[in-house]
Unconditional design. Structure first.
Length: 127
């Protein structure tokens, strides 16, 4: 049985960092159903085919909203969103919406590797 459901999202400049983070935590993540936006999910699946990854649409094409709906419906246990704070964000509204929803629904959320480590450790210990 899987421990829970976690969403993984990364901006373009942070996709490599998220894929690397996943690689560092494959054993723990193997116990989760993973949901990811299109390109990010595809890269994770290619790098780690042993993980169970469900891809939604690419973020700017509605994937962020799909993940947001999952948060609102209580379908996720955590959100890992590697945001690139140094690049202009044409879909900044989507980022703010996900952050707002995670806060409203008290969903553990991380925006960097160190906070992702903490969220994953919490999720593993609480299941």
């Amino acid at each position: 049985m899987r421990n829970g459901k976690i969403a993984l999202i990364a901006h373009d400049a942070r996709k490599d960092a998220l894929v690397e983070w996943v690689g560092d935590h494959v054993t723990q993540l193997h116990e989760f159903s993973i949901f990811a936006t299109g390109t990010t999910g595809g890269r994770i699946q290619n790098a780690y085919p042993q993980l169970f990854v469900t891809c939604v649409k690419s973020g700017p094409l509605g994937g962020d909203q799909q993940i947001g709906a999952m948060i609102a419906e209580g379908m996720l246990d955590g959100l890992i969103f590697f945001v690139d704070p140094l690049s202009p964000l044409p879909h900044d509204v989507d980022v703010k919406a996900l952050t707002r929803l995670a806060t409203v629904y008290d969903l553990p959320m991380a925006n960097s590797a160190s906070t992702a480590n903490a969220v994953l450790a919490y999720l593993v210990s609480s299941k």
